[in-house]
Design a protein around this ligand. Structure first.
Ligand code: ATP
Ligand code: MG
Length: 484
C-alpha cells in the first residue's frame, strides 16, 4: 500500500504513504511466532509456531510421543497376555487404563490393578502406565504454559510499538477514505470544485448523489444554483409537491459539504465560497419523548438558525411554518425570510406559501425560483427543473388525488379552495359554502316529492293518441319541466 501510494502525484497521498510504513520488525516477529491456524484461545495450545522455541518443540515431542507410546503399549500387552481385544484408553477420572472385555478377564496378569467395571469390560491400571502418564501430561501442561508465556512476550513486544501501529492505522484509514471518494467521483462523473474565499456558491448542473443513484443513471434532472450575499441572497423556491424542492436544497448542502471536505462534487462545475456553517431546517418530526411538538421542534431549530447564522453561513429552510395554522405559518415564514435577506445570509427557502414571492419586489437580494411542471388536462407532469420566477398555484389537490384520496374528498377540496381564493379579504379561513349534505343523490332517488310533470306523464293514454297529439303533449311537458 505504501509503495502504491508513494508513486501518487498528490503530496497529501505521498505523505500518507510515508505514514503507512509499518514499524520495522513487528510483522516479522508476529509471523515468526504465531501459527497461521492458531486457535481462538491461547489455553488450547497450538498458538506458537513450530521452530520458534526449541524448548517448546521438545515438550511437544514428548507430549506427542505419548500417543505413539500408547499404541506401542497396546500391542505389547496384547502379545504378552494373548488378549486380542485389549485396548488402552483415557478418561478424566483416573487417566490412562487398559480395558479387557469380560470374556477375557481370566487372562489378565496379576500386576494389573482393577479400577472400574463396565457392562462389557473391566478397566485396569499398571504402574508403568501411570509413570508414563505423568510424563506425557506434564509435558502437555508445560507446553501450554510455555506457549502462554511466549505469547505474552510477543504481545508485549507489539504493544510497545502501539503508538507507531496506531499511526499507521490512521494513515491507512485516511487513504481508505480518500480512495473511496476518488472511486465514487470517478464512477459517477463528479468534478473537482473550485473552493475559494468568495461569498458565492455557483453550481452548474448539480445533482443529488443519492437520489440520482436510486433513480438510475440519466433519470435525474440536474439543476444550477447561484447564491451569494448580494443580488442572489435569498432564493424563494416554490413548486408543487413532489417537484423536487427538498431535493434541490439537500443537493446544494451536499455539494458544499463535499467540496469543503476536499471531495469532488456531483455537478458539471462548481465554485464554492467557503461557508462557516450549513444550517438546515428540514422535515417535520415529533419529539414527543422530550415533550416538544412538531411545531415546537421546527421553531426551536429556526430560532437557533436566526440566532447563530452569519453572512458566511448557508441556510436551508424547507417549508417552515408548516406546523401551525396557515396565517401564523405564513406570517412567521415571511418574517424569517425578511430577517435573513436583510442580514445578507445565503438562504435557500423552499415553501408552499407563494405569497412569499412578493418579497422579491420589496427587498433587494431576494429571487424567486419555481420548479417547473407541465399541466396536461387534469394531470401534471413533473419536470424537476428549477426556473426563475414565482408560482401562483400549489397543485396540492392534484397530488392528493394521485395519492388515492377518495374522489368525493378531492372534489370537495377543490370547492373549498375556490371559496378561499375568492375570499380576497382574508377575513376568515373557513369555507363560505356549506358542505353538500352527505349522500344527497341516493336520498332524492327515493324520497323526492312527486313532480306534476311526472304525474301528468303517468296519466297519459298513449294508445288513444295520434302521433301529432303525442308530439304536442311531449312538447308541453318539456316546457313545464323547464319551469320546475
Ligand atoms: N432533479 C430531479 N430529477 C429527477 N427526479 C427528481 C428530481 N428532484 C426530485 N425528484 C424526484 O421527486 C421526488 C420528490 O422530490 P422532493 O421531495 O424534493 O419534492 P418536494 O418539492 O420537496 O415535495 P413536497 O412539496 O411534497 O415536499 C424525489 O423523491 C425524486 O424521486
Ligand atoms: Mg419537500
Amino acid at each position: 500500500l505504501a509503495g502504491v501510494a508513494s508513486r501518487a502525484e498528490s503530496p497529501l497521498i505521498r505523505e500518507l504513504a510515508e505514514r503507512c510504513r509499518p514499524p520495522e520488525g513487528v510483522a516479522e516477529e508476529i509471523l515468526a511466532a504465531i501459527d497461521e491456524s492458531a486457535p481462538l484461545h491461547v489455553r488450547d495450545g497450538g498458538v506458537i509456531r513450530a521452530g520458534y522455541s526449541s524448548e517448546l518443540d521438545t515438550l511437544r515431542d514428548v507430549a506427542h510421543g505419548g500417543r505413539e507410546w500408547i499404541a506401542r503399549i497396546e500391542s505389547e500387552e496384547r502379545e504378552r497376555t494373548g488378549i486380542k481385544s485389549l485396548k488402552v484408553g483415557y478418561n478424566s477420572v483416573f487417566g490412562y487404563y487398559i480395558e479387557v472385555s469380560k470374556a477375557n478377564t481370566a487372562l489378565v496378569p496379576d500386576h494389573y490393578i482393577r479400577k472400574q467395571t463396565t457392562t462389557n469390560a473391566e478397566r485396569y491400571i499398571t504402574p508403568e502406565l501411570k509413570e508414563h502418564e505423568a510424563t506425557v501430561l506434564g509435558a502437555q501442561e508445560r507446553a501450554v504454559a510455555l506457549e502462554q508465556e511466549l505469547f505474552a512476550q510477543v504481545r508485549g513486544a507489539v504493544a510497545a510499538r502501539a503508538q507507531e501501529l496506531l499511526g499507521v492505522a490512521r494513515a491507512v484509514a485516511e487513504l481508505d477514505a480518500l480512495a473511496s471518494l476518488a472511486e465514487t467521483a470517478h464512477a459517477n462523473r463528479w468534478v473537482c470544485p473550485e473552493v475559494d474565499d468568495s461569498d458565492e456558491i455557483l453550481v452548474q448542473a448539480g445533482r443529488h448523489p443519492v437520489v440520482e443513484k436510486s433513480l438510475g443513471m440519466g433519470a435525474f434532472v440536474p439543476n444550477d444554483v447561484k447564491v451569494d450575499t448580494r443580488d442572489d441572497c435569498l432564493l424563494i423556491i416554490t413548486g408543487p409537491n413532489m417537484a423536487g424542492k427538498s431535493t434541490y436544497l439537500r443537493q446544494t448542502a451536499l455539494i458544499v459539504l463535499l467540496a469543503q471536505a476536499g471531495s469532488f462534487v456531483p455537478a458539471d462545475r462548481a465554485k464554492i465560497g467557503v461557508v462557516d456553517r450549513i444550517f438546515t431546517r428540514i422535515g417535520a418530526r415529533d419529539e414527543l419523548a422530550s415533550a416538544r411538538s412538531t411545531f415546537m421542534v421546527e421553531m426551536t431549530e429556526t430560532a437557533n438558525i436566526l440566532n447563530n447564522a452569519t453572512s458566511r453561513s448557508l441556510v436551508l429552510l424547507d417549508e417552515i411554518g408548516r406546523g401551525t395554522s396557515t396565517y401564523d405559518g405564513l406570517s412567521i415564514a415571511w418574517a424569517v425570510a425578511e430577517f435573513l435577506a436583510k442580514a445578507r445570509i445565503k438562504t435557500l427557502f423552499a415553501t408552499h406559501y407563494h405569497h412569499l414571492n412578493q418579497l422579491a419586489s420589496q427587498l433587494p437580494g431576494v429571487r424567486n425560483y419555481r420548479v417547473a411542471v407541465r399541466e396536461e388536462a387534469d394531470r401534471i407532469i413533473w419536470l424537476h427543473r428549477i426556473m426563475p420566477g414565482g408560482t401562483d398555484r400549489s397543485y396540492g389537490i392534484q397530488v392528493a388525488r394521485l395519492a388515492g384520496l377518495p374522489e368525493e374528498v378531492v372534489a370537495r377540496a377543490q370547492e373549498v379552495l375556490r371559496d378561499l381564493e375568492e375570499d380576497e379579504s382574508g377575513a376568515g379561513i373557513l369555507p363560505r359554502r356549506a358542505p353538500a349534505p352527505a349522500q344527497v343523490r341516493q336520498l332524492t332517488l327515493f324520497e323526492a316529492a312527486p313532480s306534476p310533470v311526472v304525474e301528468k306523464l303517468k296519466k297519459m293514454d298513449i294508445s288513444t293518441m295520434t302521433p301529432v297529439e303525442a308530439l304536442t303533449a311531449l312538447w308541453q311537458l318539456q316546457k313545464e319541466a323547464e319551469k320546475e
